[in-house]
Design a protein around this ligand. Structure first.
Ligand code: MIC
Ligand code: SF4
Length: 644
């Protein structure tokens, strides 16, 4: 068996391990973050359990750390108190980014982890089978229920050689994105093997597994070897190490080979992470902003390397440059050995240990600005500036862009910097986490505190016999969850208030959408969305399903869907329907009346939808029986409540 199969087998609760068939997995650990977590915890509460049933659940606050008014601080207080009430560890704002903190402090090889954030697979760098999921799926896992997915194909990524010159781990995953694209990983787990693996440290591996999310992959995973042991011992938890490797005769569904020695610094151009070219091709392009950090590249080694390059030099006068360390531990190490002083002396602005600019929480570029970021997503408008041009690069490339004020050819950069080792002294930050009382009786005394921004969950009606309504939006290929439910400081502060946040659905795509959808909903009819390929790629935010459902959307008719978003649609009772013939996409126009008879779906994978003036259009659906039951109940929460 390969590694992924070994972990799946050890956690299999239902189903068979054949690619495409539905499997249920026992989940050892969960993580939630504040932007998705408030909802997830409200949903957990609605399930009526006395405490979390996992080995470990951690509630992080790292996204909405700006406290402009009462909303975010109220949500933080809710998350702190509910973690104490139900037995989760709490990580307060400023402690760090969930994925970096989880890697350093909690993730374990051979365990399963799901998180209400699409970059949860970061923990695959330590040999953990880690997956992103909607908040409701995470709430269910916290309640001890298995996590259901369709058994992925396991793809071997065989690494040979070793990184040379200025190439970094980021360039490995950018190369994979260049080759496979943002849909290349849908329904797959990428498992890294080969002699090149041993040359990569755990934080480097985590950069790669983190951005496997941009391939659309279910997970990415590395073996647990001596490098893993070394990392865990530096983190003061060597006892968490177990050896994990594929059997010598392990087989895979597919194989991709990358020779690390041949890689050069790469960059993803606007506005997709797979729009990859070499940095040398961009030489001469003026850079207005550089942002270092995010869950992809905010480790000690990442930032130390940038600091070494920038030491004694100055950031270009027109390049606004900032850094957000991944955790207080990274920050403490950089302060102790002077690396942070080097960055600050060179003119870099220090931001909080949090997601920050990555999700548009401040530090937006100026109008039409070129922003070079060590992050993982460069979707249009995500930075908070609609016409900004965002490029994704490694920390080394970012440092040279900041100093030169433009992209330059790596051949002009001189001698490559040394790969930094961890410092002798690694300060522990364990005391920054809030641990719940061990005694359940004591936990029951914790009062859960809520603010007025936390609006109770809505009850959705079960599936109707007939869904009569109209197409209220038609969009093209590659629609991201940032298009559906934009992020940024103002909107994300409303994550625990669905009626309020629903006002922003598709606001950057079509400002009349909400009004149109509401008019159809309020007339008692159903709204339908027509979309192209890979609808819902990107974030795990279930608000991209929940808010449209609030606005009366009952089906999305698309050419294909991204995995997590498809699951979120099902969880909130929205039908994900697939065009049988992609050419029919052209026929369904805005405003056309449609009639769906969902009960047909139960018997057939192939069924038709009646379209006014056109007759029948054929669709397929790939809902499992269980998924169909969820949609029929009006969503997962209804289903679980009804089956009690
Ligand atoms: C993202 O990177 O898009 C986010 C913000 O971390 C999201 C979660 C969210 O929308 O809260 C994700 O990746 O799942
Ligand atoms: Fe935070 Fe950005 Fe990572 Fe999402 S991708 S978890 S916003 S740092």
């Amino acid at each position: 068996m390969n590694i992924a199969q070994k972990i799946i087998k050890a956690h299999l609760v239902s189903g068979t391990m054949e690619a495409g068939s539905e499997i249920g997995l026992r989940i050892d650990q969960t993580l939630t973050q504040d932007a998705t977590g408030t909802m997830a915890w409200l949903q957990f509460e609605a399930l009526g359990r006395d405490s979390v049933q996992t080995e470990l659940s951690v509630s992080y606050v790292d996204h909405n750390t700006l406290q402009m008014g009462f909303r975010n601080p109220d949500d933080h207080r809710f998350l702190r108190t509910i973690a104490g009430r139900y037995g989760a560890v709490f990580s307060a704002p400023g402690t760090g980014i969930c994925h970096q903190l989880h890697l350093e402090n909690f993730a374990k090889p051979a365990k399963t982890l799901i998180g209400s954030d699409s970059h949860t697979p970061t923990a695959g760098g330590i040999g953990c089978l880690a997956m992103g999921a909607g908040g409701l799926s995470v709430a269910l896992s916290m309640a001890g229920e298995p996590y259901t997915i369709s058994m992925p194909q396991i793809v071997e990524v065989r690494l040979s050689g070793a990184l040379q010159g200025f190439a970094q781990a980021k360039d490995i995953i950018l190369e994979l994105l260049r080759r496979l694209g943002t849909q290349g990983g849908v329904g797959k787990i990428f498992e890294y093997t080969g002699e090149g693996v041993a040359s990569l440290s755990v934080p480097e591996r985590a950069t790669i597994t983190n951005m496997g999310a941009e391939l659309g992959a279910t997970a990415s995973i590395f073996p647990s070897d001596n490098k893993t042991k070394e990392f865990l011992s530096k983190m003061g938890r060597e006892e968490d190490w177990v050896f994990l490797a594929p059997d010598t005769n392990a087989s895979y569904d597919d194989c991709v080979e990358i020779n690390l020695s041949e890689l050069v610094p790469l960059a993803a151009k606007p506005h997709m992470p797979d729009n990859v070219v070499s940095v040398s091709e961009l030489a001469g392009l003026k850079v207005d902003q550089v942002a270092m950090g995010s869950c992809t590249n905010s480790s000690y080694a990442d930032l130390k390397q940038a600091a070494d390059i920038m030491k004694g030099k100055f950031v270009s006068s027109h390049t606004d440059t900032c850094v957000s360390p991944g955790s207080r531990q990274v920050l403490a190490m950089m302060m102790e050995n002077g690396a942070m002083a080097n960055l600050l002396d060179s003119g870099v602005r220090l931001l909080e240990c949090a997601c920050g600019p990555c999700i548009g929480m401040g530090s937006s570029p100026h109008s039409a600005g070129v922003s070079v970021r060590t992050f993982n997503r460069n979707f249009e408008g995500r930075s908070g500036t609609k016409d900004a041009q965002v490029y994704l690069v490694s920390p080394v490339t970012a440092a040279y862009c900041a100093l030169n004020g433009e992209f330059t050819d790596p051949k002009t950069w001189g001698t490559p910097p040394e790969k930094p080792e961890f410092p002798e002294h690694i300060p522990s930050i364990k005391h920054h986490f809030l641990y719940p009382a061990k005694d359940e009786a004591e936990r029951k005394n914790v009062q859960v505190l809520r603010g007025p921004n936390i609006v109770a969950l809505e009850n959705f009606e079960p599936l109707r016999e007939e869904l009569a309504g109209e197409v209220v939006l038609k969009v093209g290929d590659g629609i991201t969850t940032d298009h559906i439910m934009p992020a940024g400081a103002e909107i994300t502060a409303l994550r625990s208030n669905i009626p309020a946040i629903s006002e922003y659905v598709f606001s950057r795509v079509d400002e009349n959408f909400v009004q149109r959808a509401k008019a159809v909903r309020d007339s008692g009819k159903c709204g339908f969305i027509v979309a192209g390929k890979n609808y819902g790629q990107g974030s795990s935010r279930e608000h991209a399903a929940l808010a449209p459902r609030h606005l009366g959307i009952r089906a999305v008719m698309a050419i294909s869907f991204a995995r997590i978003h498809r699951a979120n649609l099902v969880n909130f009772g929205i039908l994900p329907l697939l065009f049988e013939n992609a050419n029919d996409y052209d026929k369904l126009v805005l405003g056309v009346k449609v009639l769906v008879k969902p009960m047909q779906l139960e018997q057939n994978n192939r069924f038709f939808v009646e379209v006014e003036g056109l007759g029948k259009i054929y669709f397929k659906h790939d809902l499992s029986e269980q998924e169909f039951r969820l949609v029929r109940a009006g969503g997962l929460l209804n289903f679980v409540k009804n089956s009690k």
